[in-house]
Design a protein around this ligand. Structure first.
Ligand code: CAO
Length: 434
């Protein structure tokens, strides 16, 4: 004999208005007892609704976006050979650790309306779904969380979903997995909890802009370096008063068509001299961390700010190039970078990187090493300062320099000596001839 069974919304703790988020069945489907057929959500929690009877779905009475209440008809199911079955009950929602699990009460057959769930404590029975104070909560239904767990995905890594109010849907988990496979993104660095998803629209108007590919790739690389390298940043100042006078004189001699010489060309020269003096700076750690690979060539990467993000073209064999050649080459490469015309080969083979913000300003910053290089030299804006010469304060042009290094390779004292050497060479550029 076939019975038509009505599956209804159970008591979810006296909540008057419950949103239907997902409906997982359609007429003609065969459902098993306790199979999840819909996801419901209150303003505090979400839960999966299991079928209170198995059979063939005749009609579905709800759709996503509907508002329902206790007793609302969800679906009618044709049950062949009806027998008394275990009462269906809403699946235990995801719980925060401090929330006690709700207790189901035993009820007799027949199965018509699932039994109520009641909070075991005064705390709401259902887990909060978006909790800005929590670093672990993600806005997703239990079934989607289960799906993510089955795939080994840490759902908190999915920053925002395509569901209502940024809810993470099954498709979002699938897209995330596809992206990880295609881009090789590591999940949650060293198990560190990720930043929780926040629905900013609740605070005011927002607009979403897609990150450029350069920004996304740079971000992944920087995060990887940040997590893998023990980095130290050391600050120094070089007196470039004489160097600047020479630079200005050189530029004054130039005709209009020639490329301008900036402090950066001298900094490159001083860096090259320092790399020769301290070979461990012109080196990389082997992947197993057992050996230092010393390089006999000197290529320098220059961080260039472009409308699409940061790129680092590499100037090759800098030790064998003149200041004028370096100025011309940097102008060509930075123009190419800003037009998005750099080829991968233009950005490979660097030994050390310079990140100069001097054209913009600043007094100091902590650049991130461009691993597998072992150090990066940061530069900010030179400024006139009163410097004590033993008798009086005299105005000197001081250039701030910041060296971030991989402490696995470079010791603190070595870093300080390296910077003292650069400082000495910039303060008296005749030394670069030695
Ligand atoms: N102190 C004072 N003035 C400086 C200076 C410094 N340290 N560095 C540059 N300047 C001056 C230049 O002399 C030039 O002056 P004029 O316009 O009067 O001639 C002006 O600032 C602009 O210089 P520039 O930036 O065009 O040239 P540059 O050779 O110094 O730098 C480049 C070239 C490509 C490195 C730079 O344009 C750039 O993109 N910098 C940003 C790099 C970046 O984003 N780094 C952050 C990475 S995060 O780690």
């Amino acid at each position: 004999m076939a019975d038509v069974i009505e599956i209804k919304v159970p008591d979810v703790g006296g909540v008057a208005s419950i949103d239907v988020v997902e409906v997982l069945i359609k007429p003609g489907d065969t459902v098993a007892l306790d199979q999840i057929i819909a996801t419901l959500e209150t303003d505090k929690a979400s839960m999966d609704l299991p079928a209170s009877a198995g059979g063939t779905v005749q009609q579905v009475h709800i759709k996503p976006g509907d508002k329902v209440a206790e007793g609302s008809l969800v679906a009618t199911v044709l049950m062949e050979g009806a027998e008394t079955t275990t009462p269906a009950k809403p699946e235990q929602p995801d719980q925060k650790p401090e929330v006690s699990a709700p207790k189901a009460q035993e009820q007799p057959a027949p199965v018509i309306t699932p039994e109520p769930i009641k909070p075991a404590t005064a705390t709401p029975a259902l887990a909060p779904i978006t909790d800005q104070g929590s670093a672990i909560s993600a806005h997703a239904s239990p079934s989607v969380r289960l799906f993510a767990r089955e795939l080994g995905v840490d759902i908190t890594q999915i920053s925002a979903g395509n569901g209502r109010k940024g809810r993470i849907l099954k498709q979002d988990v699938q897209s995330y997995v596809k992206r990880i496979i295609s881009e090789g993104i590591p999940q949650g660095g060293a198990g560190i909890p990720s930043i929780p998803a926040v629905d900013f629209s609740q605070f005011g108007e927002t607009e979403t802009q897609k990150l450029s590919k350069i920004k996304r790739l740079t971000g992944q690389n920087l995060s990887r370096v940040w997590l893998n390298l023990p980095m130290v940043t050391y600050h120094e100042e070089a007196d470039i008063t004489e160097m600047e006078a020479f630079r200005v004189a050189l530029n004054a001699e130039k005709t209009k068509v020639e490329v301008k010489i900036t402090a950066l060309m001298f900094i490159m020269k001083a860096l090259v001299a320092a790399m020769k003096q301290f070979p461990s700076f012109n080196a990389s750690l082997s992947a197993d961390g057992e050996n230092l690979i010393l390089k006999k060539y000197i290529n320098i990467g220059i961080a260039v700010d472009t409308p699409n993000g940061l790129v680092v073209p590499v100037l090759r064999n800098v030790d064998s190039k003149s200041i004028n050649q370096l100025a011309t080459e940097l102008a060509e490469k930075s123009d190419k970078a800003r037009l998005g015309k750099l080829m991968p080969a233009d950005m490979q083979g660097g030994c050390l990187t310079i990140s100069s913000l001097g054209g913009i300003g600043g007094t100091a910053f902590t650049p991130i090493v461009n691993a597998p290089e072992v150090a990066i030299l940061g530069v900010t804006r030179a400024k006139m300062q009163p410097v004590w010469n033993g008798k009086e304060f005299i105005p000197r042009l001081m250039l701030p320099l910041d060296l971030t290094y991989d402490h696995r390779v470079i010791d603190g004292a070595e870093g300080a000596r390296f910077m003292a050497f650069i400082k000495q060479n910039l303060s008296d550029i005749r030394r670069l001839l030695l």
